[in-house]
Design a protein around this ligand. Structure first.
Ligand code: ADP
Ligand code: MG
Length: 141
């Protein structure tokens, strides 16, 4: 599926819809350049799960867990990872194979660690269409 959004609000709303439908054990990979809207999408997704507390990119901790929603949200941002094996240090298996849903910003950096059964969300800009235009491509494995 390909969606087009014209504002952060619309990307948030798209994330919110996916969050409402999210299931335990799902792994959602979020890719796209810095500033494209991965965290905005995640904030909507969290809202869709019923999470009220503020959600930001866990750039330095790599993982942030939110328990207050319908199911747990495991929000990864692996932008600063050196090598995929560093995931073992944060006990990633508990999350990838846990009770909640994983949302992984920059999953392309840990490609070999991701189970093949995942949902791929890629966000792209296209400057000719305006600064706030985003194409959001959702591919189910
Ligand atoms: P990322 O996590 O991909 O690095 P962020 O979500 O932190 O990016 O930031 C996206 C930025 O782009 C925000 O400042 C947001 O206001 C802006 N923006 C402009 N248009 C859009 C849009 N259509 N969708 C999402 N964000 C947008
Ligand atoms: Mg981010």
């Amino acid at each position: 599926m390909v969606y087009e959004t014209m504002s952060p609000k619309e990307t948030f709303a798209l994330g919110e819809k996916m969050g409402q439908k999210a299931l335990p054990g799902q792994i959602i990979c979020l890719n796209g350049d810095l500033g494209v809207g991965k965290t905005v999408f995640t904030q909507g997704f969290a809202k869709g799960l019923g999470i009220e507390e503020p959600v930001n990119s866990p750039t330095f901790t790599m993982i942030q867990v939110y328990e207050e929603g319908r199911i747990p949200l495991y929000h990864f941002d692996v932008y600063r990872i050196g090598e995929p094996e560093e995931l073992y240090e944060i006990g990633y298996e508990d999350y990838f194979f846990g009770e909640g849903v994983c949302l992984i910003e920059w999953s392309n950096l840990i490609e070999e660690m991701i189970p093949s059964d995942r949902i791929l969300v890629t966000i792209e800009k296209e400057l000719e269409k305006g600064l706030d235009y985003r194409r959001v491509i959702v591919e189910e494995a």
